[in-house]
Write a protein that binds this ligand. Structure first.
Ligand code: COA
Length: 371
C-alpha cells in the first residue's frame, strides 16, 4: 500500500461577519411582530446573545452573502441565480479554497487527477460540483461529489486516501464548500445561530509523487462510522415539488435544516468519544499520545465533553483548538479549518486526530503524523 501525505491546505473564509447581537436583534424583532398577530396562540420566545455564547461558544459567524439575512421581512441571504454557462456559486467558493491548497503545496492544478467535492450542502445533483471545480481550476482525471452531513470532508478524505493508497489515483483534492446559511432557518430559535459559511480544500498525494518534507502530515489511517438518526435532518429534495398541490412553490421552511439539538448533543458526545478511543486503539494509541485534536466545530461544550470522556480529564485549547467563536459551525469545513489554522507549532513525529461528527449520524476520522 502506498503512503499518503497532505501536501496542501486551503481555506476560504467570507469577509462579511454577523455578530450574535445582530442576529438576535433581527430574530427578536420578527418574534415581536409574529406575536402581535398570534392572538390566543402560544407566543414565540425570544433568542439571546448570552445564551448562544454560553450554549455553543459562538460569538459571530462569517457569511457568504449578508444581504437579506438581517432583513426581518426576508431572513435569508439574497444570492441571485446564475446562468447555466456561468460558474456556480458553490463551485466558485470551493475553487477559491482549492487554489489556496494548490498554492500552499506549490502544485499546478494540471497535476491533480482526482477532485472530490465533499460537502453537507451541495448546490445541485448534476453536473457534479466536483466536476465544475475540476474544470474551473484545470485539474485532470475524474471528479465526483460526496455528502455525509458534517462528516462530509472526513468521508472525502477517507475515500481519497484509499484511492491513493491503492494506486488508482496519484493526487487528490478534497474540496468542501459549505455555503450553509442559504439553507438555514433564521426563524428557528434553536438553530438560527449555529451555522456560518467557509470553504476548505486539502491536497493529498502519494509519498511517491509528493514532496515528503518536514512540516507536512502523513495520513496514518482514516475511518468512517454511521448510524441512522432523525435528530438532524434536511428534507430538501427533488421530491418536494411533487409532494405539494401547488407545484410552483419549491421550498418551504419545513424543508430547511432542523434538529433536536439536545438529543444530538447527548448521542454524538457518547458516540464520538467511543469512536476516538477505538480508532486510536486500533493503532496502539491512547488519547494522551495524540498532540492535537481537530474536532468538528459544532459546539465548544460538546467538544470539551467528548475529550473529557476520552481522556478522563479536562482538555484545553492547546490540545483541541476551536475556531467556533469566530466562524460558528461551518459544517464539514470546520474541522479542516481548525487543522489548517492550528498545526504549525507541532513537532516532527507528533500525532494529530481530525474527527468530525454530524447528521446521519456520521463520524469520520483521520489519524495524522507530522513528518
Ligand atoms: N435563546 C435563548 N434561550 C434558548 C435559545 C435561544 N436561542 N434556544 C434554546 N433556549 C433555551 C430553551 O428554551 C431552554 O430553556 P428552559 O430550560 O427554560 O426550557 C434552554 O435554553 C435549554 O434548551 P436546550 O435546547 O436544551 O439547549 P442546549 O443547552 O442543548 O443548547 C444547542 C442548544 C443547539 C446549542 C445544543 O443542544 C447543541 O449545540 N447541540 C448540538 C447541535 C449540533 O451540533 N448540531 C449540528 C451537528 S453537526
Amino acid at each position: 500500500m502506498k503512503r499518503v501525505i497532505i501536501s496542501g491546505m486551503g481555506v476560504s473564509v467570507p469577509e462579511a461577519v454577523i455578530s450574535n447581537e445582530e442576529l438576535v436583534d433581527c430574530f427578536n424583532k420578527w418574534v415581536e411582530r409574529e406575536n402581535g398577530s398570534r392572538g390566543e396562540a402560544e407566543q414565540l420566545q425570544k433568542s439571546s446573545a448570552e445564551f448562544i455564547y454560553h450554549a455553543s461558544g459562538i460569538k459571530r459567524r462569517h457569511v457568504h452573502t449578508p444581504d437579506g439575512i438581517l432583513d426581518v421581512n426576508r431572513m435569508a441571504p439574497r444570492i441571485p441565480a446564475r446562468d447555466d454557462d456561468e460558474l456556480s456559486v458553490t463551485a466558485e467558493f470551493g475553487a477559491a479554497a482549492a487554489r489556496n491548497a494548490l498554492e500552499d503545496a506549490g502544485i499546478d492544478a494540471a497535476e491533480v487527477d482526482l477532485v472530490i467535492c465533499a460537502g453537507s450542502h451541495l448546490q445541485r445533483l448534476y453536473p457534479s460540483i466536483g466536476i465544475e471545480i475540476q474544470n474551473e481550476i484545470g485539474a485532470q482525471g475524474a471528479a465526483f461529489d460526496i455528502s455525509l452531513g458534517c462528516s462530509s470532508a472526513a468521508s472525502g478524505i477517507h475515500v481519497a486516501v484509499n484511492l491513493l493508497r491503492s494506486g488508482a489515483h496519484r493526487r487528490a483534492l478534497v474540496v468542501t464548500p459549505e455555503l450553509i446559511t442559504a439553507h438555514l432557518n433564521f426563524r428557528d430559535r434553536q438553530t438560527h445561530f449555529i451555522f456560518g459559511d467557509s470553504a476548505t480544500a486539502l491536497l493529498l498525494e502519494t509519498a511517491d509523487e509528493g514532496d515528503v518534507r518536514p512540516g507536512r502530515f502523513e495520513v496514518i489511517d482514516t475511518s468512517n462510522w454511521t448510524q441512522f438518526s432523525n435528530n438532524i435532518r434536511s428534507n430538501f429534495s427533488y421530491l418536494n415539488r411533487a409532494a405539494q398541490e401547488d407545484v410552483s412553490v419549491i421550498i418551504t421552511e419545513g424543508n430547511l435544516i432542523k434538529q433536536q439539538g439536545n438529543k444530538v448533543f447527548k448521542d454524538v458526545t457518547v458516540a464520538s468519544h467511543r469512536f476516538i478511543v477505538d480508532f486510536l486503539a486500533r493503532h496502539g494509541r491512547t488519547p494522551e499520545t495524540v498532540r492535537r485534536f481537530w474536532l468538528h466545530q459544532a459546539n465548544a461544550r460538546m467538544n470539551q465533553m467528548i475529550l473529557k470522556l476520552a481522556f478522563g480529564r479536562e482538555i484545553g485549547p492547546d490540545i483541541a483548538p476551536t475556531v467556533l467563536e469566530e466562524l460558528g459551525n461551518t459544517a464539514a469545513a470546520g474541522a479542516v479549518v481548525a487543522l489548517a489554522w492550528h498545526h504549525k507549532d507541532m513537532q516532527a513525529g507528533d500525532y494529530g486526530l481530525l474527527c468530525t461528527y454530524g447528521a446521519g449520524y456520521s463520524i469520520g476520522g483521520a489519524l495524522l503524523r507530522m513528518m
